[in-house]
Design a binder for this molecule. Structure first.
Ligand code: GLY
Ligand code: MN
Ligand code: MN
Length: 434
């Protein structure tokens, strides 16, 4: 991502914050995994969106109209010893030269400098409630300013959610963002293809996870967008299954929900295929139904259509198909009204996709489902999950879990499937695997 893209975002945010106000946001923290070992650092998406700065221990401050510079970055000072042990970091010079901050200060001086920047500002925009210790600290600074009102200094009177401004920005993707998402999507498709090719009865789910990671990293994408779900047989009925430690059984399906991250942008793909390379009659019947629902839902994607239409269409197709196959009995409209499908299809059709796999942005505005706009990216991922304990259906259906998930860009004329390189028809999958 070019630095001009980050500058444009900051400019847009400055306009929204407005003169006389201040915005601030802290970086993510390094979190301990166990003694002397940390979890892999992942920058806070909002912080990265505005700064492109990939370090912990940083706070970005935005003060529209400030004469000495509107964009201030507090970060770690360059420390040779730290560089030796922990690796490169920008330091104050890097913050201004490489990351375009107008001013940079040591993070250790935050408590001395930030209260002064808050003085006489009307509103403070910041992500409230995200970090209890930061909330507490900010209140202390504001209280300190309040105690000085008799000397003519005013404390901010309003705290406003920064997320609300930012998340509307993040919901509509720029060309540069779409390019990163397209790359993440394409590599992730190839990882799913590799998984299909390397899948064999008797291998472990985590060995297939390793194939996915191999493809991601070998293609230049170091991080997964979320922990991969590799779920054989009935494990696919556990929606967030991440144990990935069972043996792959002959005659079962394998559900894989996995995507890589490219420069903080996610792909999110699910494919379900037969471990031995051939769908059984029941697997094929349910699979075709989920695919039909998915294709019908994707057809609903175009600007000015309510976000919810795709979900409603998926419910209609799945409920109708479940009646035809004998898994539900009754009249279509009544079953939909009673939400009878929910024992087999218990989640919604999808979600916004971007820097976060479940990306930011409201789904309803004034209690109405929002309409789609060009540049939004979302997933379409219907599924059917027939629990092994579901006694209301014939035994032959039990323990089958299927989801098909693609990433869809809303275009001016309709949609583009970013993840179309991953096979999904029965014929394509069986041809690839045999
Ligand atoms: N991978 C998470 C989801 O599909 O929503
Ligand atoms: Mn998803
Ligand atoms: Mn997914």
């Amino acid at each position: 991502m070019k630095s001009s893209e980050f500058a444009t975002r900051r400019e847009q945010l400055m306009n929204e914050i407005g003169q006389g106000n201040i915005g601030l946001i802290a970086s993510a923290k390094v979190r301990a995994r166990n003694r002397d070992v940390d979890y892999v650092f992942r920058q806070d998406s909002d912080f990265y969106y505005l700064t492109g700065f990939n370090e912990a221990d940083a706070v970005a401050v935005f003060i529209p109209g400030r004469e000495q510079g509107e964009y201030i970055l507090f970060c770690k000072e360059y420390d040779e010893k730290k560089a030796l042990w922990e690796g490169a970091h920008a330091g104050l010079d890097g913050a201004t030269t490489d990351f375009s901050a107008d001013d940079a200060f040591p993070i250790d001086d935050l408590g001395d400098i930030l209260p002064g920047l808050l003085e006489n500002k009307a509103k403070v925009f910041y992500p409230m409630g995200r970090d209890a210790s930061f909330d507490h600290q900010l209140m202390e600074w504001i209280n300190h300013i309040r105690s000085q009102t008799r000397s003519g200094i005013n404390a901010p009177g309003e705290l406003v959610s920064l997320e609300h401004l930012m998340h509307e920005m993040r919901l509509i993707k720029s060309d540069a963002e779409i390019e990163l998402m397209r790359f993440a999507a394409n590599i992730s498709c190839h990882a799913h293809i590799r998984a299909m090719q390397q899948c064999k009865v008797g291998r472990y789910e985590y060995q297939i996870e390793a194939e996915l990671i191999h493809e991601f990293m070998d293609s230049g994408l170091r991080h997964v967008a979320y922990p991969s779900i590799v779920a054989g047989g009935k494990n696919a009925c556990v929606l967030h299954y991440v144990e990935n430690k069972s043996v792959l059984q002959d005659g079962d399906l394998l559900l894989i929900d996995a995507g890589a991250e490219c420069d903080h942008y996610a792909a999110d793909i699910t494919r379900t295929f037969p471990i031995n390379g051939r769908f059984s009659t029941e697997q094929k019947a349910l699979y075709q139904l989920v695919l039909e629902a998915q294709l019908a839902a994707i057809e609903e994607i175009k600007p000015n259509t309510a976000w919810n239409n795709a979900h409603d269409v998926s419910v209609e197709v799945l409920t109708g198909g479940l009646i035809d196959l004998g898994l539900l009995s009754g009249e279509l409209t009544q079953l939909i009204k009673d939400e009878a499908y929910k024992i087999f299809y218990m989640h919604r059709i999808g979600h916004w996709l971007g820097m976060d796999v479940h990306d930011v942005g409201d789904y309803k505005i004034n209690d109405e489902w929002r309409v789609l706009e060009t540049g939004m990216v979302l997933t379409i991922e219907p599924g059917l999950y027939i629990s092994k304990d579901c006694l209301t259906v014939d035994e032959k259906w039990r323990g089958i879990g299927i989801r098909i998930e693609d990433d869809i860009l809303v275009t001016e004329t309709g949609y583009e499937v970013l993840t179309q390189a991953a096979p999904k028809t029965v014929a394509e999958i069986e041809a690839l695997m045999n």
